[in-house]
Design a binder for this molecule. Structure first.
Ligand code: UDP
Length: 236
């Protein structure tokens, strides 16, 4: 069991919406409380925030929008999640900084990796918003990139209501089987969809482990950070 010192936590948009469109402040508050507790224990935390609870570019494209513009809307949605999370983590007594990949000086700092590391060293939780600032990317890929650039030891993929990686969608197939461990190559060969393939390939090429776990179970962020065997470990 390895306890991590610096982790990258990816929170998908569905965590923020509690499965609905918009924000579920009770869920955000509970998640923020766990993050604050882990931060107070001395673990450095960076968070990449998704935005699927507001907009997904691909879905807006299917409904007739131009993809790149729709993707920018998706990125802006992630920033609202960042601000909500920032608010609740600070209510739980931990300092935070939001850094966005699209400049918006009144609400957040720009993404400056060395400054992000410095914040973490000072015990601040760093929240990354607006994805990569580039259409046609996903926040899963950004999670891998930010983890690498800010030298995190692991990517913790917090999911809403799903406790790991399954061989098929457990919501659609009751016979779906969960993996405890899985290699990146097997993940890609099976064309699994829990995180997008670009992010998985980036993690594989740079030997950055990923742990998929269920955020809806109380205490799981702390357990993941302590290196307990939860969810699914995807590694080389
Ligand atoms: N997005 C983007 N570039 C990025 C990150 C996100 O264009 O670097 C857009 C994309 O439209 C995506 C949306 O923002 O659908 C929300 O992000 P994502 O789907 O990754 O959120 P999650 O699935 O984690 O809720």
């Amino acid at each position: 069991m390895v306890a991590y010192k610096r982790v990258l936590l990816k929170l998908s948009g569905e965590v923020f919406g509690g499965g609905e469109v918009g924000l579920d402040l009770d869920v955000i508050n509970a998640t923020a409380a766990e993050i604050a507790e882990v931060a107070k224990s001395g673990v450095q935390i960076a968070i990449v925030v998704g935005g699927g609870n507001f907009f997904r570019g691909a879905e807006l494209q299917q409904r007739g929008m131009e993809r790149a513009r729709a993707d920018y809307m998706g990125m802006l949605g992630t920033v609202m999640n960042c601000l909500a999370l920032q608010d609740f983590i600070e209510k739980h007594g931990v300092e935070t900084r939001v850094q966005t990949a699209i400049a918006m000086g009144q609400v957040a700092e720009p993404y400056i990796p060395r400054r992000a590391i410095r914040h973490m060293e000072k015990g601040r939780v760093v929240i990354f918003g607006a994805g990569a600032g580039m259409p046609f990317f996903s926040t899963d890929t950004v999670a891998a990139q930010r983890a690498l650039e800010t030298r995190c030891e692991v990517i913790l993929m917090g999911k809403q209501g799903v406790d790991g990686v399954y061989d098929s969608d457990p919501h659609l197939n009751p016979a779906a089987t969960k993996f405890d461990r899985l290699s990146f190559d097997e993940y890609l060969a099976r064309d699994l969809k829990v995180a997008d393939a670009t992010g998985i390939a980036m993690a594989r090429d740079n030997r950055m482990d990923m742990v998929f776990f269920n955020l809806s179970t109380p205490g799981t962020i702390g357990r993941a950070v302590r290196g307990e065997k939860i969810g699914t470990l995807v590694s080389s």
